[in-house]
Design a protein around this ligand. Sequence first.
Ligand SMILES: Cc1cc2nc3c(=O)[nH]c(=O)nc-3n(C[C@H](O)[C@H](O)[C@H](O)COP(=O)(O)OP(=O)(O)OC[C@H]3O[C@@H](n4cnc5c(N)ncnc54)[C@H](O)[C@@H]3O)c2cc1C
Length: 509
Amino acid sequence: MQSEMYDVVIVGSGLGGLLCANFLSNEGYSVCVLEKNRQLGGSLQTFVRDRCIFDTGVHYVGGLEKGQALHKIFTYLGFMHKLKLQPLNEEGFDRTYFEGEEKFYVQSIGYDRFVKNLIADFPNEALAINTYVDTIQHIVKQFPLYNLEHGASDFISDMPMLSINAAQFINTLTQDLRLRAVLATPNVLYAGEADKSPLYMHALVINTYILSSHRFVDGSSQLERLITKNIRNNKSKVINRAKVVKLEVEDEQMTKAILQDGREIEGKLFISAIHPSPTLDMISSNMIRKSYRNRIKSLENTASCFILNLVFKKNTFPYKDHNIYHMSGHDAWGAINYTQENWPHSFAFYCCAHSKATEYAENGIAIAYMRYDEMKEWENTYNTTSEEDDRGEAYQKFKVEKAEKLLDRMEKLFPNIREQLHSYYASTPLTYRDYIGTHDGSLYGILKDCNDPIKSFVAVKTKIPNLLMTGQNLHTHGVYGVAIAAIKTCSEILGHGYLIDKIQLANEE
Ligand SMILES: Cc1cc2nc3c(=O)[nH]c(=O)nc-3n(C[C@H](O)[C@H](O)[C@H](O)COP(=O)(O)OP(=O)(O)OC[C@H]3O[C@@H](n4cnc5c(N)ncnc54)[C@H](O)[C@@H]3O)c2cc1C
């Protein structure tokens, strides 16, 4: 079989792989992105049920307002003005509800508004709220790349703040259990664990949403389409149904990617935009030390989830211009350690934004944590491009039972939801495993641990000089985190600061 040759071969067409391909093909590199699925985009994928568009893995995005990092990056790439976005409510883009209490608490856009609205609800806690906000902003400044600024390399191993625990920090600020839970609510956005999650992760994630919060109108796959178009216009390639099964190394250089169907794609440089663990499984070279393999293999991933994709009857369920986090108590960290009895301890709810929107929502998504070990009975069944197993009646029954339990919980906030529902479709950790390609359907990839920050650190460079890493496992996940990681990865090829200068320049014009 004849093989093809490129300057850069990228494994995975999630946002990380696509952005690297766009940055590099803009600079004249011939790039080939290889994607195992039929649909491109990884977590940017959308799907349609009952004529409603559902997002797989992007429900709202921060940093998209003029002057902010994602706006600048997408302006540089030439498509910011083409994105169909809907801003979330400035007074409260996120609302925290506690079961049995009517009052809700908000996270607002803009630091001044954020502080003002929280102090209005917690008038005796001004010091705690101001300290929280000052600390978040101070931490974010330690990561210049996040602000598209030149500076010392991010994630320096001796940065003391990498070891600060988010839950402990919040608990030291106040004795008020409600305020603790409200400040900790964004931990859902990084699948936070009370004894492990670092404060820097909390800060980087919540900061992007306090800057600005938007939903994609008609789905996040528009981002994939715009980037893929750019790549193809640059005469580079994005190939679907191209599962990489082996990465070959000869004379201390990676030489080719071998696909499941036998095709061989040769390259001068390689970027893995998938989880590092399956990446290492594809490389047999002993240039990758056993200790490194063992470290990566031993890393814990963030939790997975159960999702109810809800289709509403026409004109029944009022559209919400904010996101909802509903907790059964005042412990915002407890949901992840649910028991069978108290599941779902908490849930998140997002309305989907549509271009034909009325004051009513067409569809929405409810999410609750679910551990992969609940999938043991069916874990050897696959639903992928190349395999389609019937998971059987027991799996269908499991999904219905969980869906009904989640709806029972949702009824506490939306008493009429069952009458408003036209239909629902459930996704489990197996759905995410098969779509995204992690072995446990993890929401956001590797779990960052403040007790040993260096252990969960994945470097861009590897021991194979022409193999680089990118994607959500590098630093932080999400559209914002992955875009920053793509700049960091490409900086190893184009030179440090090169892309930042080009992005800043494009925004001055
Ligand atoms: C349920 C859920 C909700 C989320 N909500 C938000 C949100 O509201 N806002 C936000 O900003 N972020 C959100 N995220 C996170 C965000 O979607 C991800 O962090 C980001 O999209 C990851 O991009 P990536 O490129 O690193 O990886 P992925 O999107 O995981 O892409 C990896 C790609 O590699 C492909 N692949 C894997 N193995 C192979 C192989 N062997 N050969 C070829 N291809 C392969 C996969 O099929 C996939 O397409 C959410 C994620 C999930 C799961």
